[in-house]
Design a protein around this ligand. Structure first.
Ligand SMILES: Cc1cc2nc3c(=O)[nH]c(=O)nc-3n(C[C@H](O)[C@H](O)[C@H](O)COP(=O)(O)OP(=O)(O)OC[C@H]3O[C@@H](n4cnc5c(N)ncnc54)[C@H](O)[C@@H]3O)c2cc1C
Length: 384
């Protein structure tokens, strides 16, 4: 690697945030007033992994809330964002390496490194270098493909599959939508009450539920696109066909190719202590979907961005660190914001509803943009 690391000369500590997705952006925001922060990401914007169903069915609504240029976050003004793919790290020299979007080599020194490169997930979360135009084209293509379909098979039983089936059925009531999942119920990592409520809603809006169906994933297929070939079931049912097959099987792959194997567990996720530190590497932390914090790897939704930022600064200052404790069950929104509001489920399966008037006037502007992101400028991107 070229020996051309960028380094500022003052005494402030330098933090490199590797991956600016949901947790990386928030971590950079928390640290921006206390350190020189450099955020490196293959996307030139926050392109959230949340709310697949809304993204596919109403991409402009999704883009308003989940595809946000880095220059729109007030608290990222002091953060240097670099559009690049990370390819390696030298822990002894405290440098990360990669390739910028313009093809030039990247080398950045750090005092602390926060690994938040997330996971790749079927077709909608991939760690590819993309421009804003390419992101928009991909969103639009998936939407157009599903809009044209008269029938859709959704394969999978997690939140992404359930949310997709529901949102497709609500947006295009004439489309036949079937949800195929292997167990007796879907959302197995949520409380049974959550599934019960969502199941009723799916049935009301015409989604046909097919429990006990485990799809045969064609050899070599990584579920990274919407397909139209018939689906075979290893559980013995006849082959099924539809105009579009949406694979949301939750086969996540950690974006850790750029890291040495010694950091990773058997599944390729980054091992962390309860303080979100990478063992045996001072100044190196991991958070979000890439971090092996708990069986559900739930540090993103449980807002461990705050803890990791606190702990980075605690390490600089020799102060005590916070530990991260995860709830046993998944919680949060499943279907995303709908015309009648937003339903959020607690780990005990109880639903809390933000009424429709409050999502636009209170939840998004005050709780999310002001409270969570500390201020977001207007001028959203549209997917068209
Ligand atoms: C405030 C908040 C609320 C949430 N609410 C919910 C909820 O209600 N329901 C729910 O199910 N979940 C929720 N989640 C969680 C969410 O579903 C995911 O867990 C979250 O998107 C994961 O974030 P991440 O930063 O780990 O990964 P990502 O958002 O995927 O970010 C990783 C980034 O790193 C980039 N990257 C990858 N490899 C490289 C590389 N080599 N070089 C450079 N960049 C790279 C990726 O492209 C991506 O941009 C929430 C999360 C947050 C923060």
């Amino acid at each position: 690697m070229p020996n051309c690391a960028v380094r500022q000369s003052d005494n402030r500590k330098r933090v490199v945030v590797a991956g600016l997705g949901d947790t990386g952006v928030l971590t950079a925001i928390h640290l921006s007033r206390h350190a020189d922060v450099v955020g490196i990401s293959v996307k030139p914007a926050l392109v959230s992994g949340q709310e697949l169903g809304v993204r596919l069915s109403r991409p402009d609504d999704w883009a308003r809330d989940y595809w946000i240029g880095f220059d729109r976050f007030h608290r990222l003004d002091r953060v240097r964002t670099v559009h690049a793919a990370l390819a390696g790290v030298d822990f002894a020299a405290r440098k990360v390496f990669g390739q910028r979007a313009d093809g030039s080599a990247l080398a950045e020194e750090y005092d602390a490194l926060v690994i938040s490169t997330g996971v790749a997930n079927d077709f909608w979360r991939r760690p590819t270098l993309q421009s804003q135009e390419e992101i928009g084209a991909e969103l639009r293509a998936a939407h157009d493909r599903l809009a044209a379909a008269k029938s859709v098979i959704v394969v999978g039983g997690g939140a992404a599959a359930v949310s997709s089936a529901a949102n497709l059925a609500m947006t295009w009531p004439a489309t036949r939508v079937g949800l195929y999942f292997p167990g007796e119920r879907a959302l197995v990592r949520h409380h049974p009450r959550t599934w019960e409520r969502i199941r009723r809603r799916l049935t009301e809006i015409g989604v046909v539920l097919h429990p006990g169906h485990r799809a045969v994933v064609p050899h070599g297929f990584t579920c990274d696109q919407i397909t139209s070939e018939s689906v075979q079931w290893s559980t013995g049912q006849p082959t099924t066909s539809a105009d579009a097959v949406l694979w949301a099987t939750g086969r996540v792959r950690p974006n850790t190719d750029w890291l040495p194997a010694e950091l990773l567990d058997d599944d390729g996720f980054v091992r962390v202590t309860p303080e979100l530190r990478v063992p045996h590497h001072t100044g190196v932390f991991a958070v979000g979907d890439v971090a092996a914090t708990d069986p559900l790897r739930s540090s993103a939704r449980n807002r461990a961005d705050r803890s990791v930022a606190h702990n980075v600064l605690a390490e600089f200052g020799g102060r005590p660190m916070r530990t991260f404790r995860a709830p046993q069950r998944r919680w949060g929104s499943v279907l995303g914001i709908q015309p009648d509001g937003l339903e959020v489920f607690s780990p005990t399966g109880h639903a809390f509803r933000f009424p429709a008037w409050s999502t636009d006037r209170v939840l998004m502007p005050w709780i999310v943009r002001r409270g969570i992101y500390r201020g977001v400028r207007e001028n959203g991107i549209t997917a068209s």
